[in-house]
Write a protein that binds this ligand. Structure first.
Ligand SMILES: NC(=O)c1ccc[n+]([C@@H]2O[C@H](COP(=O)([O-])OP(=O)(O)OC[C@H]3O[C@@H](n4cnc5c(N)ncnc54)[C@H](O)[C@@H]3O)[C@@H](O)[C@H]2O)c1
Length: 505
């Protein structure tokens, strides 16, 4: 049972506190603004009022609604004035000891049934609550920046959090217009935990020399459908923010290989190549504008004929139809002719493994990624022995209709297959650990990370069996437990049910 909130307090009125204040006031709640720094709460109020006025000017809200919300914002000068709050939301500096001290202080001021919430993104709600005499009234209320636009809030249940606390925070989050999801108090909660796959696997692709960062970004954007490539994302966030999160989640999970950070990013952080904010990250920026990287020219070469492997008949047929549409000559022999380019269609394997398993000539074999279809950017992958002539002929042919082609070095699971499989696998393990309900994992990730789909629905769309096959091939090739499939994925793939399926009993 949740309680109806009329008055809430926000302690810490930086970017996050202001955002929360705005949406709470717009939801009809009286907001008490408090900050340790003199004048900060007043400045925060002025800034939120200015935002509300701007929204009214642009016709997003009525002038009356803006004025009414502004009138609900009250500045207080000290914690002792928070005794009338039903909920206190803490959004101060991300420091465990400082937060614990604040919560202990607040307990002596607020009413016995006042709910205490923390907006921490990386600290344990259980450990913050343990500083209180009544830890059951403490919960996490994790918003994302900028709060009014990022319409997701994680409600975190610490070990002692009482059900009325999470119910109240879930209802409050929804009343503020956000999707509110329940999560257990675990490192990274849902969103920052699920976000480990994209960036760490992209860094592995880079460190293996499979492709440069802009090529990996292009594949993830244009073929896999992500709004932003992993390296563009790291540049936007800044490695000073994202690398410590990678390190922290990895160590909090006792060196779980799925979250293993990359020495490449650690070195770049140490070298000050933080991203947009320093003008140099994985890309170079001038006046905050990313400097373009010229596309490789499309070779004029074409193969004499093309032999296509039928290990996955649907994909073999799709590539054959494409080759014909592009004006190529098909070699339909059981074995490739002497002058044929050999094309294999990996599902998790690398080009070399597939080439050898079919007794093909590695010097004229390439792979093409079919998992995301062939209509958008196409990924063509060479073996270490593929000749430049064979590579250029494949590139020229597959780009003949103007669809861009990315040519990469050999990699189990190419680029998009391995990165997406890691993302789906991590989400499956979040479900397996009971951290959050499957539908909440998908909602939180789609809204918090802007992925094209929730990761479990993404896995369903690509085929849970395909994701399992990719991970098994990756694990077999690299021998790295990083790729071991989550039991959640394995069972649902074998049972041929959706990855969103909860246990019946
Ligand atoms: N910025 C983000 O992207 C983001 C996202 C999610 C969660 N968070 C979390 O929200 C919290 C605040 O983040 P922010 O970016 O708004 O920080 P910020 O530095 O912009 O603001 C923090 C505010 O808290 C005040 N403050 C510091 N110690 C205080 C204390 N003991 N008592 C009262 N006020 C105090 C500061 O004066 C400042 O105004 C942190 O816990 C952070 O982890 C931040």
């Amino acid at each position: 049972m949740s309680i109806d909130i009329q008055t809430l307090a926000i302690v810490g009125t930086g970017a996050m506190g202001r955002g929360i204040a705005q949406i709470a006031a717009q939801a009809g709640i009286t907001v008490l603004l408090c900050d340790a720094q003199a004048g900060a709460a007043g400045a925060a109020r002025a800034s939120v009022v200015a935002t509300l006025e701007k929204l009214a000017e642009r016709g997003k809200i009525s002038a009356e609604a803006a004025a009414a919300a502004a009138a609900r914002l009250e500045v207080v000068t000290g914690l002792e004035e928070l005794s009338r709050a039903q909920v206190v939301i803490e959004a101060i500096v991300e420091n465990l000891e400082v937060k614990r001290q604040l919560f202990a202080q607040l307990e002596a001021i607020v009413a016995p049934d006042c709910l205490l919430a923390t907006n921490t993104s990386s600290l344990s709600v259980t450990v913050i609550a343990a500083a209180c005499k009544r830890p059951e009234r403490v919960g996490g209320f994790h918003f994302f920046n900028p709060v009014p636009l990022m319409k997701i809030v994680e409600v975190i249940e610490g070990l002692a959090t009482a059900p009325w606390v999470s119910e109240t925070l879930l209802a409050l989050g929804r009343r503020m217009g956000h999707t509110a999801v329940r999560t257990l108090d675990t490192p990274g909660f849902i969103v920052n935990h699920a976000g480990r796959g994209l960036v760490t696997e992209a860094l592995r692709c880079l460190s293996e020399g499979i492709a440069p960062c802009h090529a990996i970004d292009q594949v993830m954007r244009e073929a896999a459908g992500f709004r932003m490539g992993p390296f563009e994302l790291m540049d936007l966030t800044g490695l000073d923010v994202s690398q410590p999160v990678m390190e922290s989640i990895y160590h909090q999970y006792y060196q779980e290989p799925r979250y293993r950070p990359s020495p490449l990013a650690a070195q770049r952080l140490a070298g000050g190549l933080l991203g947009r904010k320093t003008g140099q990250g994985f890309y170079r920026y001038v006046d905050n504008q990313m400097q373009p990287i010229a596309a490789a020219p499309v070779p004029a070469a074409r193969p004499a004929r093309v032999w296509i492997s039928q290990t996955i008949p649907d994909w073999g047929n799709a590539v054959a139809a494409l080759v014909t549409a592009l004006g190529g000559v098909l070699d339909r022999g059981r074995r490739p002719a002497e002058d044929a380019l050999c094309v294999v269609t990996p599902l998790g394997q690398d080009a070399t493994t597939l080439c050898l398993s079919q007794g093909l000539d590695a010097s004229r074999t390439v792979a093409i990624d079919c998992l995301f279809g062939l209509a958008k950017r196409r990924t063509v992958m060479t073996t270490p022995l593929t000749t430049k002539a064979a590579r250029d002929a494949a590139h020229g042919l597959f780009a003949a209709d103007g669809v861009p082609v990315t040519v990469i070095a050999d990699s189990a699971g190419l680029i998009s297959q391995r990165i997406v499989a890691c993302i789906v696998n991590i989400a499956c393990d979040i479900a397996q650990q009971g951290i959050a309900a499957p539908a909440d994992i998908d909602r939180a990730v789609a809204l918090g990370l802007g992925y094209p789909k929730g990761p479990l629905a993404f896995g369903d769309a690509l085929g849970a069996k395909n994701i399992l096959a990719i991970l098994e091939a990756l694990q077999a090739f690299y021998g790295d437990p990083r790729y071991r499939p989550s039991p959640w994925l394995k069972r649902r793939a074998l049972l041929e049910v959706s990855l969103l399926t909860e246990s019946n009993s």
